[in-house]
Design a binder for this molecule. Structure first.
Ligand SMILES: *Cc1c(COP(=O)(O)O)cnc(C)c1O
Length: 388
């Protein structure tokens, strides 16, 4: 029988045998798989993967928590989890369009580590480390500590900039992953931000609840709830990532009053099909997470093997909208190469539009007309209405 959205599987020790410290996030971090030998202890690698691991040392480090590693299907070379975290030889190939900084962040930093692209909000890069490394990382130039650049966030200068810039009402903490900071360090940063009167809205972009659900401790949740309104965007690409441990971690965050959104990246052979995406968005709702964005994969160096067409993304959205819960449908976006910011990409529901009317297509393909206000004879005049 088909597994339903409410059937959550636990991925307790599979490659690791009854590890007593399994639920300790520090143990998970210390025991990450970071080397070729570590990988080969558990999996037989293909030549493409082995060569990819050797490359990773100078581009984007290999790192996978035991929790996430356990989701890899041992004998499936096309496992969607494997593709996200195990390097491949193709990472060494840059397509002509690939860029080190595809979203043009470095040129939008008034202070090192602070990206101010949009009028009223900023992206604050608070660390360069993650619990595990996604092979398509949009910030691989600085993330993981082995790439071509280093992240040198100037915290004091960033706070000074934010104090001065009263137009900033929304600060997004990212990195790297902000939830890898200690509770104390994160609390100090959040307190500094909350002390700035004009900053209304705080959010954290994190994949820790998925890579390292053990880190979502009751203590962390108690600390975070002091900073409301605080929202969180998590990053789940495949329904398999939503295990019962992850669901429970997300539940603890939701119980702390943190509204949860999800940002997925459209990835070839991982989630670029309707069935997978539908299962993912349904299961996200079961975890109290609202699908927020579906990203077209950035033109990051060495990621062309993971990219899929924009048309495919639009097709997926078209297969969701109307066919399922509106809350389950993310906004598909392209982060415009070179620094244009996020641009929404929508299936063509507007068939025709002029001053008089808009002709629209619904999810079933039926055509409707909506008259614009003031359009000649668009709305029946009073004397044309039938008496009731
Ligand atoms: C994505 C992003 C934001 C947040 O954008 P929202 O659409 O508000 O979620 C802010 N700053 C930068 C630089 C970003 O890339």
């Amino acid at each position: 029988m088909e597994q339903s959205a409410s059937d959550f599987i636990s991925h307790a020790p599979g490659y690791w045998n009854n590890e007593p410290q399994w639920n300790d996030w520090r143990w998970q971090m210390k025991n990450r798989v970071t080397t070729l030998a570590g990988l080969e202890k558990h999996l037989s690698l293909t030549g493409e993967e082995r060569a990819g691991v050797l490359l990773a040392g100078t581009k984007l480090a290999l790192g996978v928590t035991p929790h996430y590693f356990n989701l890899i299907e041992r004998d499936n070379p096309n496992c969607p989890i494997r593709k996200q975290v195990i390097p491949r030889i193709e990472e060494g190939y840059d397509s002509p369009y690939d860029m080190a900084d595809p979203c043009g962040e470095d040129s939008a930093m008034p202070v090192p580590g602070l990206v101010h692209r949009y009028p009223d909000r900023v992206l604050f890069l608070v660390t360069d480390r993650c619990a595990s490394y996604c092979r398509y990382c949009t910030r691989s130039r600085v993330v993981s500590g082995v790439g071509e650049q280093e992240l040198h966030t100037d915290f004091e200068e960033a706070f000074a900039y934010l104090e001065k810039h009263t137009e900033v009402r929304d600060v997004l903490l990212s990195g790297g992953d902000a939830l890898l900071l200690s509770d104390e360090r994160l609390e100090r940063i959040l307190s500094r931000l909350r002390a700035i009167r004009h900053i209304e809205f705080l959010r954290i972009g994190t994949r820790v609840p998925i890579f390292l659900p053990q880190r979502i401790t009751p203590e962390l949740c108690e600390m975070l709830r002091k900073f409301h309104p605080l929202w969180m965007s998590v990053h789940v690409n495949h329904p398999r990532e939503l295990t019962s441990e992850v669901r429970d971690a997300l539940g603890r965050l939701a119980d702390a009053g943190i509204p949860l959104g999800n940002q997925s990246v459209l990835l070839a052979g991982v989630n670029d099909d309707v069935a997978t995406m539908k299962k993912l968005v349904h299961r996200l709702l079961m975890c109290r997470v609202r699908p927020y964005y579906l990203y077209q994969c950035d033109l990051i160096r060495g990621s062309s093997h993971l990219r899929t067409s924009v048309a495919r993304g639009a097709e997926i959205i078209e297969a969701l909208r109307g066919f399922t819960t509106g809350y389950a449908v993310p906004q598909f976006v392209i982060d415009a190469p070179g620094g244009g910011g996020k641009v929404p990409i929508n299936p063509g529901y507007v068939v025709y539009h002029d001053k008089e009317k808009v002709v629209i297509r619904n999810f079933e393909g039926r055509i409707f007309e909506y008259p614009e206000p003031g359009a000649a004879r668009s709305i029946p005049r009073h004397d044309e209405l039938l008496p009731i």
